[in-house]
Design a protein around this ligand. Structure first.
Ligand code: NDP
Ligand SMILES: O=C1O[C@H](COP(=O)(O)O)[C@@H](O)[C@H](O)[C@H]1O
Length: 511
């Protein structure tokens, strides 16, 4: 079937006549934590991909700031080794590095050795930055966010002029509860304007997440059905097979709820549930997100189930329990799984539960949003009671499958009228030749061009924490037990009961 593919931008990227985004303006990107894991594994590959796509300016450069003992040459070698590994591992990329593009980028990288709390580091940066455009990327542990921003301010590095911008990208986790998120916002806003702050949630860089808005608001047939009259409930799943890997120390103090829910899952929920923004202007989109998150009814610990994996097997491989992971306490109570029921008190969603679940070491890796529609009111078909009809479900598949599936009833072939469940599937890969992406490409490019649509505003972050705060408080007070589940299972059975008491069940976790 021949379908015209008009290109329309979700964000305000300035296209030329070809419909392709144009290169970003000149900029020096200063990466704090430039010797760290995020820089090596995610940021540099994304910047390399932007280079290959021709989206960086001739006057783009990177300054990595870290206290590791090395020089520019050494850093370039390290980054080169990682990028080669990255390119070789990525399915969608040519298996060899594009040497010219890498060399172009590599010679624009330099290293500044210094500590984040030493004013001398910032004096050195002031000399490098001059009066040009700068993006300061905080690829550092959250405890440094406030310090670095205050030091940038003290060195007059945050001051914007009509000719140049100064932007700060803040990584996650943004706080560890509502109070600390508010305090961090206050700290950043003492030195920066809101418009200078780019709070990253890497889920917003995923194509399939951005597609939720495109799907809802650029097609005529979804919106009339997208409400409490037609939708029975919504399930959001972010299942992982990985455990905590080398992040035991971080995860022990964090847990699945803080790690995934106020940020990534709230963003997915907001995309599905928000009203249509008046435009795709950053504030119009973020206003609507905040409104829908603000409408979430106050939760109690009875709306949540927490779990922790014990030894089991994933894809036939024996897998140790969470308490046996490195840097995890042998009596840890940290949850590695959480399921929740949320209600949205607004005109569109009153009475439509949103069920969320996320966890590590589950049966398989899958992130999806399943919109369950109400059953037909009456079954015309002989011997088929309404409750036996295949439910109508629209599944927005975020990863690893990327697409949309519709499940509905159809007549089974044969002389007798009988119904069976069928699926209709749109797969991204069938339609579009995707370039390689880590999700960070879009976010870095958008920051360089000053489009904050896909970044979280202060109120968006605080709204996410507001939703989970009563549960954090209750768990802190030891309400609600930590249920066990075997690695490789879809979670604890108590999570099934959360839906069973409403007469519903989770969509099976299958490939
Ligand atoms: N890594 C990942 O996959 C992801 C990370 N993030 C977030 O990104 C941020 C960075 O994470 P990650 O890269 O893993 O962290 P790393 O610890 O690997 O990187 C931080 C770097 O900063 C250095 N450093 C620490 N303290 C100082 C200091 N006072 N002065 C100068 N340098 C210092 C560290 O050195 P040293 O090692 O010697 O301490 C390290 O090289 C965190 O907020 C994390 O939550 C978000 C998503 C994914
Ligand atoms: O932010 C985080 O996200 C990852 C999951 O990201 P995905 O893109 O692989 O879905 C999660 O593993 C990690 O614990 C968390 O900090």
């Amino acid at each position: 079937m021949d379908v015209p593919t008009n290109s329309v931008n979700l964000s305000d990227q300035s296209d030329d006549d070809t419909g392709r985004p144009t290169p970003a303006p000149p900029c020096t990107m200063i990466i704090f934590g430039g010797g760290g894991d995020l820089t090596r594994r995610l940021l540099m590959p994304a910047i390399y991909n932007l280079t290959c796509a021709g989206l960086l300016n001739q006057d783009f450069s990177i300054v990595a700031v870290d206290w590791a003992e090395m020089d520019t040459e050494h850093l370039r070698e390290q980054l080169g080794a990682t990028i080669r590994q990255f390119v070789a591992q990525r399915r969608a990329t040519a298996v060899t590095l594009q040497e010219d593009e890498w060399n172009w980028l590599c010679q624009r990288v330099s290293y500044v050795r210094g500590s984040f709390d030493d004013p001398a580091t910032y004096q050195r940066l002031a000399e490098i930055c001059g009066t040009g455009n700068c993006v300061f990327y905080l690829a550092v542990a959250a405890r440094f966010f406030g310090t670095i921003v205050s030091q940038l301010d003290a060195a007059n590095l945050t001051h914007e002029t009509e000719q140049s911008f100064r932007r700060v990208v803040v990584e996650k986790p943004f706080g560890s509860d509502l109070g600390s998120a508010r305090a961090l916002n206050a700290k950043l806003l003492a030195s920066l304007e809101e418009s200078q702050i780019y709070r990253i949630d890497h889920y917003l860089g995923k194509e399939t997440v951005q597609n939720i808005l495109a799907l809802r608001f650029s097609n005529g047939f979804f919106e009339p059905l997208w409400n409490r009259q037609n939708i029975d409930h919504v399930q959001i799943t972010a299942a992982e097979t990985v455990g905590v890997e080398k992040r035991g120390r971080f995860y022990e103090g964090t847990g699945a709820l803080r790690d995934m829910v106020p940020n990534h899952i709230m963003q997915l929920l907001a995309m599905v549930a928000m009203e249509a923004p008046a435009s795709f202007d950053a504030d119009a989109v973020r206003d609507e997100k905040s409104k829908v998150l603000a409408a979430i009814h106050e939760t109690t610990y009875r709306d949540a189930v927490r779990g922790q994996y014990v030894a089991g097997a994933i894809a036939g491989r024996p897998t140790p329990g969470y308490r046996e992971e490195p840097d995890v306490a042998p009596d840890s109570q940290t949850e590695t799984f959480v399921a929740m029921k949320l209600s949205i008190d607004n005109w569109r969603w009153a009475g439509v539960p949103f069920y969320l679940r996320t966890g590590k070491r589950l049966t398989l890796r899958k992130t999806e949003i399943a919109v369950h529609f109400k059953q037909a009111p009456y079954a015309l078909f002989r011997d088929t009671p309404v409750e036996k009809l295949t439910p109508n479900i629209m599944v927005l598949q975020i990863q690893p499958s990327e697409g949309v599936t519709m499940q509905f009833s159809a007549k089974l072939p044969g002389p007798v009228v009988k119904l069976g469940g069928v699926r209709m599937k749109f797969d991204y890969a069938d339609w579009f030749q995707e370039g390689p992406s880590t999700g960070y490409e879009t976010l870095i490019y958008d920051c360089l061009i000053g489009d904050a649509t896909l970044f979280q505003r202060a109120d968006n972050v605080e709204m996410g924490w507001r939703v989970v705060q009563p549960i954090l408080d209750a768990w802190q007070a030891s309400q609600g037990e930590v249920c066990q589940y075997e690695a490789g299972r879809p979670g604890p059975t108590e999570a099934d009961e959360l839906l069973a008491r409403d007469g519903r069940h989770w969509l099976r976790l299958t490939a």
